[in-house]
Structure formats: structure tokens, C-alpha cells
Design a protein around this ligand. Structure first.
Ligand code: ADP
Ligand code: MG
Length: 556
């Protein structure tokens, strides 16, 4: 049996398999022969096509026979074929290896590779991996699969240039992030400088006062306290600025988003213009995410800066942290988001918003709608990069004239935070403060409770049992009081009237009302204006300290 090519009379080629056998007579004499010709032209054509493909394809291709031990585990591979591209890419010459096994050709082959390919051999599942060959200074991408039960083949791609491009890109991204950080530091430094100036005013003023030897001891003591107070606040400001500007190497660890926002907001405030109402809303207790704190701060910073730019005539800016579970109904409508449990960080503004055309470009590097010198177009691409590094997703809701909301979802981690401060996140320690509060409440039990709670959180608390008493306290040391925490319904003077009078004397005084009546009833009766800060009695410790802290942190 053999294959034979014929030329047809029309000039085309015919491939056949020829099977021939002698015809022998009954007496054993050869009388002729018998031949059968099968047309295999089509098969030959296909084979030739594959041969050409094999020889000319740009990806390296090699096939092996799998050699197994007595237990059937693959232990080595015999080279069956190697194409020219494979020779070129790997430097392996076909003539040297065909018929030999991998271990014969490369006795030093790491058992790992035998095992890796063994997996393909055992499971029949293709694999895919990237490999850097030091000797050749090149990167390869190798896919392996099993074309038949006792064979295995691999395709090798040279991805050196792609890999180098990716590495360069990563370097560039890092540089951009660093540049962004420096830009932010510049902004923050401007804000901090302004604040430091404000803090220096009492320091210089009181120092001058102290030079006068005749002043009473009590006043002297008060002045020194003011100076120390201002000094400490200045120190804290500088510490935060330094912490932010330091180039930290990335460190992904379980982190509470609440803490990130809480710690960063004080610094952030300095960059926010006064015509913008800034509010942070934190979730009471949420699971941690695996994150790099410095990068999350950068995300918040960039979004906040954009939000401000979008509100040239003032407006409202809200940074919110919440815990959410995204189901399939949601993720189906939002490309790139997987169902699961997330911590959501959102930044919303009441600014000019965006049309769909702008929206479709915002994450592109260097895309900006701002004038030259105002925008770099790198803010959102940095945000995008960081969110991706956190395996997160980002969504934007915006309409022209209707404001913008950026929503970032970072997957919840099962890992527990290790450091002490982190684990105390749900503890009340985080809601402490050292501000001075005037507590006005006629009910002794409530008053004592609130006093104990607040003092335990570190606040300086002065108490009054009614409005008249409170006004006396204010007249005496109103300067030092930052927050008025008052019951609404009280004999002699209600909380609202008290605040009205107090705020005339001290315009910066903040107020948090409490009442046993619901918010609705109080508003309905016009006791207080619509958007007042309110806590319903009876309150929990957590509710009280949260409200107090939020109110003190609110920028007015
Ligand atoms: P830049 O702020 O330097 O322009 P960004 O990447 O931060 O660059 O933002 C790109 C563009 O996206 C902005 O120029 C603006 O058109 C738009 N944009 C971003 N955030 C907002 C927002 N909160 N409201 C309206 N437009 C926004
Ligand atoms: Mg920007």
C-alpha cells in the first residue's frame, strides 16, 4: 500500500492510495495483479494546508507524546514536532530534539514544568501561563492543550514588547498618581496655611496679654490654655498634611472605610470653599475592605476637587460610606460589576452635571473640559486606576444641571484587621473629641446620662438645667463653647429660643436638639426650622456620640 500522485489529462493532480495484491492461480502460479486506487486528493490538500500553516504561523508550536510511569502519571514528553516559529522563538532546533524527550534534551527541567504539563495531560484542560526566560531576555505566553489522549501540544507567543509596554504603562501610572498627590498636597497646604494663620492669632494675642504682669491668675491660666489648645491643633494639622504627602509604598490591608473618611475629612475640609456645604455620612458598623489608605484618600480628594469645580456658585457636597449587597438584578445592568458584598463610597455634588458625551470620556487620561491650566484630565483616570487596583468598580450618575454622584464599590474582605486601632472601629473610641459642649436639659436622669457619656468621650461638658441658666453660662464663657446640646421642650425658655439668643452672641455656635417628641411633631408645630440637627430621646450611647461628633465636624 502506498500513496501515489497522478496527473490527470486536464493537468490537475490526483492523489491516491494504491493497494495492490498479486492474483495467484489455484496451482500457485502468478497470473496478474489486482489494484485498488482510492482518491485522497482532498485529504492531501487539507494536510498540505495544515503543513503550510504549521510552517508559516508566527506562534511557536510544538507537540509531544506523553510518557507515563506505571501508575499512569505523566513523567516526560517526547518531541513529535516543532515548527520553525518555535525554533526561532526558543532557540530549540527541531533536528536536535525530535524523537527525544524533554528531560533528555533539558536534563535540568524543573519538575514544576513536568507537573504543569502533567495537569494538562491528566485533565485535558488547556492551561495558559506567562513565562520570562532570563537567558533570552524575553517574555513568552504559553498555552498548552491536549490534541489527543496521549499527546500534548503547546503554543508559544512572544509577548516581550507587550509586556514591556505594560511595565512602562504601570510606571507611568505610578508617576501620574504621584503627580496627583503633589497637586493635592499643594491644595491642602494652601488650606492648612490659612488655618495655621487662624491658630496663630490667639497664640500671639494671648502671649501679649500674658506679658502684662498685673493680670489675675485665672485669666493667665485661661490664656495659657488657649495657647496650648491652638498649638495642639496646629500640630495635628501639620501631622495630617505630612501623613498625606509622604510617599508610602502601597500597603493593602483590611481597612475600615469609615475610618479613612473620618480621619481624612478634617484635612479635606481645608480645601473646600466656604460657599459649599460639606457633609460626611458614615455607616454605623461595616465590614472592612482590603485597601491602601493613602490611595483611598487620593480617590476621595480627586472626586471632591472635581465636585467643587462643578459648583462654581456653591452647593452641597456629600461623602458617604455605606454597606451594600449587589444582586444580579443590579449587576446585570452595570457592566463590570460582580454580585456580592461591598462597601460603597460615594461622592455627590449639586453641581452642573455632565451630558452623555462628556460622561463617555471622563475616565480617559488627559480628558478635561476645563480651561488650560485649570484641569489636567488626570483626576478621574487616577481614580479609575486605583479603584481597579482594589478590585472595585465605579459608577457615575449625572445629568446636566442635576449634579453628579460617583459611586465606588470595593469588595468586602473576610480578613480581620490586625492593628488595635482598626479593630476598635466599632468601638466608641473613634467618636471622641475634646471640644466644649454646653448641655441643657431639665430632666436630671437624661442630663446625668448625657454628661457621663460625653465626658467619657473626652469632651469638656458644662451643664445647665434650663435656658436661663444656660444663658448665664454662655455670658461667662461662651467663647469656649462649640456646641449647644439642648432639650427642646423645657420650662421657662425652650431650646429653640435659647439657641436664637445664644447664636446672636456667638455666631459660630452649633446646636444639636434633643427631644422625647418625634422630629415630625416638632417641625409640624414650628418649634424649630426644617433642617435642624436632632436626636430623639431615649437615645443610645452610640447615637448620641455619633450625632455630637458629626455636628462638631460639620462645616457651616
Ligand atoms: P480635570 O478635573 O483635570 O478636568 P478629571 O479627570 O478629574 O480631570 O475630570 C475629567 C472631566 O470630567 C472634567 O474636566 C469634567 O468635565 C468632568 N467631571 C468630573 N467630575 C465632575 C463632576 N463632579 N461634575 C461635573 N463634571 C465632572
Ligand atoms: Mg479633576
Amino acid at each position: 500500500i502506498y500513496e501515489r500522485r497522478f496527473k490527470r489529462s486536464d493537468g490537475t493532480t490526483l492523489w491516491t492510495i494504491v493497494s495492490a495484491a498479486p492474483i495467484v492461480s489455484a496451482t500457485g502460479e502468478y497470473v496478474g495483479s489486482f489494484g485498488m486506487f482510492t482518491d485522497i486528493t482532498e485529504r492531501k490538500k487539507t494536510e498540505e494546508k495544515y503543513q503550510t500553516l504549521f510552517n508559516t504561523m508566527l506562534d511557536g508550536f510544538a507537540s509531544h507524546e506523553i510518557i507515563c510511569n506505571s501508575r499512569g502519571d505523566p513523567v516526560d514528553y517526547r518531541f513529535l514536532s516543532v515548527n520553525p516559529a518555535f525554533e526561532k522563538l526558543t532557540g530549540i532546533v527541531a533536528a536536535d530534539v525530535i524523537g527525544k524527550t524533554v528531560l533528555e534534551v533539558f536534563p535540568d527541567t524543573e519538575p514544576m514544568w513536568i507537573e504543569v504539563y502533567g495537569k494538562v495531560a491528566l485533565t485535558g484542560e488547556p492551561i495558559h501561563f506567562e513565562n520570562f526566560t532570563k537567558a533570552l531576555n524575553r517574555y513568552y505566553e504559553v498555552s498548552a492543550f491536549q490534541p489527543s489522549p496521549n499527546q500534548f501540544a503547546c503554543i508559544v507567543k512572544d509577548i516581550t514588547s507587550r509586556t514591556i509596554a505594560e511595565e512602562e504603562r504601570a510606571k507611568l501610572v505610578e508617576q501620574i498618581q504621584q503627580a496627583q498627590k503633589m497637586e493635592s498636597v499643594g491644595r491642602l497646604a494652601g488650606g492648612v496655611a490659612h488655618d495655621l494663620n487662624n491658630l496663630l492669632t490667639p497664640v500671639l494675642g494671648y502671649s501679649e496679654l500674658l506679658l502684662n504682669e498685673k493680670i489675675a491668675d485665672e485669666i493667665r491660666k485661661g490664656a495659657v490654655e488657649q495657647i496650648i489648645n491652638a498649638g495642639q491643633r496646629a500640630k495635628e494639622l501639620v501631622r495630617q498634611l505630612l501623613a498625606f504627602s509622604r510617599k508610602q509604598t502601597m500597603e493593602f490591608k483590611p481597612t475600615f472605610m469609615n475610618n479613612v473618611v473620618k480621619d481624612f475629612q478634617k484635612l479635606l475640609r481645608r480645601t473646600i470653599r466656604e460657599d459649599i456645604a460639606f457633609e460626611t455620612i458614615l455607616a454605623p458598623s461595616i465590614p472592612p475592605v482590603k485597601a491602601d489608605v493613602g490611595q483611598l484618600e487620593q480617590v476621595i480628594m480627586n472626586l471632591v476637587v472635581n465636585a467643587q469645580d462643578a459648583m462654581q456658585n456653591g452647593g452641597k457636597l456629600i461623602v458617604e460610606v455605606s454597606h451594600c449587597k449587589l444582586d444580579e438584578a443590579f449587576t446585570m445592568n452595570h457592566e463590570g460589576v460582580e454580585p456580592g458584598e461591598y462597601v460603597q463610597l460615594s461622592v455627590s455634588d449639586s453641581g452642573h452635571g455632565m451630558d452623555t458625551e462628556t460622561l463617555s470620556h471622563i475616565f480617559e487620561p488627559f480628558f478635561t473640559t476645563k480651561e488650560v491650566g485649570k484641569g489636567t484630565g488626570l483626576g478621574l483616570s487616577t481614580v479609575y486606576g486605583i479603584v481597579k487596583q482594589h478590585n472595585g468598580s465605579i459608577l457615575v450618575q449625572s445629568e446636566p444641571g442635576k449634579g453628579t454622584k460617583f459611586l465606588i464599590f470595593i469588595p468586602v474582605t473576610q480578613e480581620a484587621p490586625t492593628s488595635k486601632t482598626e479593630t476598635m472601629q466599632s468601638a466608641l473610641e473613634l467618636l471622641h473629641g475634646d471640644e466644649t459642649i454646653l448641655l441643657v436639659e431639665d430632666d436630671e436622669n437624661v442630663r446625668k446620662l448625657a454628661l457621663t457619656i460625653l465626658e467619657r468621650q473626652g469632651y469638656q461638658v458644662t451643664v445647665a438645667t434650663n435656658g436661663i441658666e444656660a444663658l448665664e453660662v454662655l455670658a461667662l464663657k461662651g467663647e469656649t463653647i462649640q456646641l449647644l446640646l439642648t432639650d427642646i421642650v423645657m420650662p421657662k425658655m425652650n431650646g429653640r429660643d435659647l439657641y436664637e439668643r445664644a447664636v446672636q452672641m456667638y455666631p459660630h455656635l452649633k446646636v444639636l436638639y434633643m427631644s422625647g417628641y418625634t422630629r415630625d411633631i416638632i417641625t409640624h408645630h414650628g418649634v424649630v426650622e426644617e433642617d435642624f440637627q436632632f436626636i430623639q430621646k431615649p437615645f443610645t450611647i452610640r447615637a448620641l456620640v455619633t450625632k455630637v461628633r458629626n455636628e462638631l465636624d460639620r462645616v457651616v
